[in-house]
Design a protein around this ligand. Structure first.
Ligand code: COA
Length: 339
């Protein structure tokens, strides 16, 4: 038995921020952002919306798509948790009316959807759960310094979700083999230094040194990350195709993490995948970390480009460093446009 995808949903916060909007407060331009990243606009949470509420909306849509009202477990992948403690998944489960089922978070930045998918599938493979709601949800723009032109244009908020059920490996929607990897020696290329146990906030009399304001926000070394992203995603995708015994010519859609349009295209080129098989929505959403791959799947399924029987290659790369890939034949699932 194996985990089979049986429902999908996505949600974006309503506030759209264009490159021109950003250019009003940042020393940047629509032209620079578009040509270097492929991004035209992104969504950002506003008052009242955060990772949990985005997850609830996307989760509700995925449950509706699967035609179920209950699951055995809820897993949320996020690197912008509501709070350092507790995990957001139990609250999401409760708000969705799913009761007291197993619920926990997975943290793996932009590869969170692949790591979380493998974890959720593992709950099914091990017999712990028959059905799992798995959500990638991020309000990561709250952790990005909106006055830093090197990071602010890149990220966006949103959530994407899937429902997995126990099924047979030969069914459409059955998740194929996974390839997962990491390189912690390069952890500092993309990090938020403060807020955790290593660099705590100044507080009432406990003697912690004051934390510089910039350390509360994301720090990124774009150039080396770019190179790593292309290499690691291409290698991981090639390994998973090999394990699945899929020749690259069989792939109908490459659904890669939307970090940068040039990165996705370069990975496809490495794999010798023609451009028309590369799914893209970064222009409208930016980099939404763990929500990126499911939002892209939802967009293409809802728009009719991704159809039952299509062979799909999923791959992602992110902070950690971390990366992951898997394959599936797209099942006959209902998908609603995000808005
Ligand atoms: N607007 C205008 N100019 C900008 C700018 C902005 N928003 N951000 C940087 N610049 C400037 C730089 O200061 C630099 O100027 P200089 O040549 O005078 O020093 C110039 O543009 C080039 O900067 P560089 O960082 O070398 O650009 P790049 O082509 O590497 O593109 C990224 C930058 C961030 C888009 C690219 O490196 C990238 O996508 N990296 C991967 C990031 C990523 O994927 N992160 C998430 C991991 S999942």
């Amino acid at each position: 038995m194996t985990a089979v995808l049986t429902g999908i949903g996505g949600f974006l916060p309503p506030r759209a921020v264009t490159n021109d909007d950003l250019s009003r407060t940042l020393d940047t331009s629509d032209e620079w952002i578009r040509t270097r990243t492929g991004i035209r606009e992104r969504r950002m949470v506003s008052e009242g919306l955060s990772t949990g509420s985005l997850a609830v909306e996307a989760g509700a849509r995925a449950l509706r798509s699967a035609g179920v009202t209950g699951v055995d477990a809820v897993v949320v992948a996020t690197t912008s948790p509501e709070r350092l403690c507790p995990a957001v998944a139990p609250e999401v489960s409760s708000r969705l009316g799913l009761g007291t089922v197993a619920a926990f978070d997975v943290t793996s930045a932009c590869s969170g959807f692949l790591y979380g998918l493998a974890t959720a599938a593992g709950l099914i493979d091990s017999g712990t759960a028959d059905t799992v709601l798995f959500i990638g949800s991020e309000a990561f723009t709250t952790l990005v310094n909106q006055h830093d032109r090197t990071t602010a244009p890149i990220f966006g908020d949103g959530a994407g979700a899937v429902v997995l059920r126990r099924g047979a490996p030969e069914e459409p929607g059955a998740l194929g083999p996974f390839d997962l990897g990491s390189d912690g020696a390069l952890a500092d290329l993309l990090a938020i230094p403060a807020g955790g146990s290593r660099q705590r906030s100044a507080d009432a009399g406990l003697g912690h040194a004051s934390v510089p304001a910039a350390d509360w926000y994301l720090r990124m070394e774009g150039r080396p990350l770019y190179t790593q992203a292309v290499e690691r995603m291409a290698q991981s995708a090639a390994r998973v195709l090999d394990r699945a015994a899929w020749p690259v010519t069989d792939v109908d859609w490459f659904v890669g993490h939307q970090a940068n349009l040039r990165i996705v295209r370069a990975v496809a080129e490495e794999l010798q995948l023609p451009g028309e098989r590369v799914a893209v929505n970064i222009d409208r959403v930016g980099n939404t970390l763990a929500a990126s791959v499911p939002l892209l799947l939802n967009d293409y399924a809802a728009g009719g480009a991704l159809r039952p029987g299509h062979r799909v290659l999923l791959s992602a790369f992110g902070a950690g460093l971390s990366w992951g890939s898997t394959v599936l034949v797209w099942p006959d699932v209902k998908a609603e446009p995000v808005d």
